[in-house]
Design a protein around this ligand. Sequence first.
Ligand code: R5P
Length: 311
Amino acid sequence: MKIVAGNSNRPLAEAIAAYLNTPLTKCVVRRFADMEIFVEIQENVRGTDVFVIQSTSFPANDHLMELLILIDALRRASAKRVTAVVPYFGYARQDRKPGPRTPISAKLVANLITRAGADRVLTLDLHAGQIQGFFDIPTDNLFAAPVMVRDIRESFALDNLTVVSPDVGGVVRARGLAKRIGASLAIVDKRRDLPGESEVMNVIGDVAGKHCILVDDIIDSGGTICNAAQALLEKGATEVTSYVTHGVLSGGAVARIAASRLKQLVITDSILATEAVRVAENIRVLSIAPLIGEAILRTAQEKSVSSLFFD
Ligand code: R5P
């Protein structure tokens, strides 16, 4: 087995390599003067089972291109099998046509990864489950829920928790987490009844006197989570903690979270934390390296990966 890392999240790749007790394969990813990406795998990979670790996070296009070029290099170097390990799959929010003459970019990215030469894909908490079907190669979609559940059990008394989805689209995810920890479920329903009217946050379910756990797959600007936290506190929740798999945290998101009434935001290291995230007092990062490392090991040994979903 060989583990190759792109530049998007070196610390995560190193942690996965440490879990697997396998050093990262020597490889150089560098730029020509015009910013073209050049890759050189500096070890023999002929006949090996290679796992390329690369989140297609900010800057998404550069990291995607790096991934494609790494896969191409490995293919041409006669690797036996190439698995694209993409902890954060960028472009996932473009999974349908929101209007006429718009793309389905998640499908395009799936095509690119496949055509570059990947044999398999391993990813985590895809924004929408159907993206798995955008790939015509085996694709394992891991869930961060077991990692979150472990942390919730260690951090809070479970008897007064309510799990909350910040929007109707996330209900299945929130319900799954609520079931695992035996908590009740609530939903924030964002509505704009008439065009031009401001959005109203309706809370479905009883949150008064509860510690709410807001759960989502992505936090980008922070608007969804901060507004939902505010609505829950207005409905009488005692405190709000949020668990989100992918901390995209663009622009002023970290400052927005710091200024919010959120007790804590817990994210995973699927995306490399910026300095602002690292020093933020109310943001904590959980590592998914053991989860991904174990999934890689099981893939290499042709063992079941789905059993990891239920830990
Ligand atoms: C949307 O469907 C996603 O699950 C997230 O709720 C969304 O991407 C969060 O974005 P933001 O943090 O910018 O509100």
